[in-house]
Design a protein around this ligand. Structure first.
Ligand code: FAD
Length: 389
């Protein structure tokens, strides 16, 4: 098989880039390791920045997002029984949209299929060859049958555990990592959200987040130990712990019910540099990970897609390599800002096992400053709704 851009990974980064490139007629093939159902089975991001929404519009996939997504003009932050609101729209003029990553992926799949885009599921043994030559290609197997995909460029959109990043030689690649000493235990329940906006809670028992997918589907998280397993937590134990971590009036009105999904996510900050090696580009979680506290993972993947899409389009339409030459530097400049915000917000909201009494005082002082200072709230709001591309 031959294509112009081979995409490894068929979740948000790969599908969005593939769908955008189809518009100006750039040929792509998306290679995905899992089945479509398994890709759609993972519950992850839920808060979309306007940049991602604009890309979905550009890709012609935003109709359902606009019909069903919920505009959020702000979010609540609590510590102990103190709760305050940061108004995103007042400070920046922009809200965020709550719409599940699963739905974003479903919309992209549907649009890609309708537009005749090629996606190969269930690929195995994916290997990148010749990324530093004029004849790059990707080898893989489907149902045990070896295949070879010839291409001009390879977009590595295969997440943190994919093969693309590993294809960049070690003497070229630099990696920066911080692993947090806790995880997030999350549940999805068919219950109305406790509040119409998200609540981020810092409590002496650890962090909690009250989030949602729609009016009757809620997503709740609590900070947990790295040694925890979802099976260790009954639904009743989860609800009891969540109630202890959020302000008393919210705990009283929390409607509980059976979980329909329960999982644990470790928290990590990670960046690899460069994001381009010859004819291979990294995009999304393949190049960087953030702790989910700032809702930046999917949104930062989207900014990579924006830069890479424009770079490839410029190359194919105008013969200019300037965009692809500048991709890594341009993408990384925004990635590091998203990393900073996610690290800062995580540090502010979680309890760390080695926190000293002084560290705790600093955390509360910073929360007090954020509660009472308009400039601090504006800085937070600007980052939360997404820095411009
Ligand atoms: C609990 C949680 C909450 C989150 N909340 C938010 C949020 O509110 N907002 C936000 O912006 N982000 C959030 N995120 C982060 C977000 O989910 C990720 O950043 C996003 O999924 C990245 O998309 P991606 O396409 O780059 O990578 P992935 O979603 O990891 O997709 C990579 C794809 O590549 C495939 N693949 C891997 N290896 C191969 C291979 N060898 N060959 C072929 N295919 C391969 C995988 O099967 C997968 O489908 C959250 C994450 C978690 C865990």
């Amino acid at each position: 098989m031959k294509t112009q851009v081979a995409m490894i990974g068929g979740r948000p980064s790969g599908l969005l880039l593939g769908q955008l490139l189809l518009k100006p007629g750039i040929d792509t093939v998306v290679l995905e390791r899992k089945t479509k159902d398994r890709v759609l089975g993972r519950i992850r991001a839920g808060v979309l920045e306007r940049g991602l929404v604009a890309l979905m519009e550009q890709a012609g996939c935003a109709t359902r997002l606009h019909a069903e997504g919920i505009l959020h003009d702000g979010a609540m932050i609590s510590y102990g029984d103190t709760m305050f609101r940061v108004d995103f729209t007042e400070h920046t003029g922009h809200p965020v949209i709550v719409y599940g990553q699963t739905e974003v992926t479903r919309d992209l799949f549907d649009a890609h299929e309708q537009a005749g885009g090629a996606t190969v599921f269930n690929v195995e043994d994916v290997a990148i060859h010749g990324a530093d030559t004029d004849a790059p290609h990707v080898c893989y197997t489907v149902d045990g049958v070896p295949q070879r995909l010839q291409c001009d460029f390879i977009a590595g959109c295969d997440g943190f555990h994919g093969v693309s990043r590993q294809a960049i030689p070690l003497n070229v690649r630099r990696e920066y990592e911080k692993v947090y000493p806790f995880g997030w235990l999350g549940i999805l329940s068919q219950t109305p959200p406790v509040h119409h906006e998200l609540i981020y809670a810092n409590s002496p028992r650890g962090f909690a987040l009250c989030s949602m997918r729609n009016d009757s589907l809620s997503r709740y998280y609590i900070q947990c130990s790295l040694s925890d397993k979802p099976g260790y937590w009954t639904d009743a134990a989860f609800w009891q712990e969540l109630k202890r971590r959020i302000p008393a009036d919210m705990a009283e009105r929390l409607i509980t019910g059976p979980s329909i999904e329960k999982s644990i996510a470790p928290l990590r900050s990670f960046v690899t540099e460069p994001m381009r090696w010859q004819r291979l580009f990294l995009c999304g979680d393949a190049a960087h990970i953030v702790p989910p506290t700032g809702a930046k993972g999917l949104n930062t993947a989207a900014s990579d897609v924006h830069y890479l899409y424009n770079a490839l389009r410029d190359y194919y339409e105008n013969g200019s390599p300037a965009g692809i030459d500048g991709y890594s530097e341009q993408a990384l400049a925004r990635v590091w800002k998203a990393e900073r915000f996610s690290w800062w917000f995580s540090s502010l909201m979680h309890r760390y096992p080695d926190q000293s009494p002084f560290d705790l005082k600093m955390q509360i002082a910073e929360l007090e400053f954020l509660r009472t200072n308009a400039a601090a709230q504006r800085a937070m709001a600007e980052n939360y709704v997404g820095l411009p591309y």
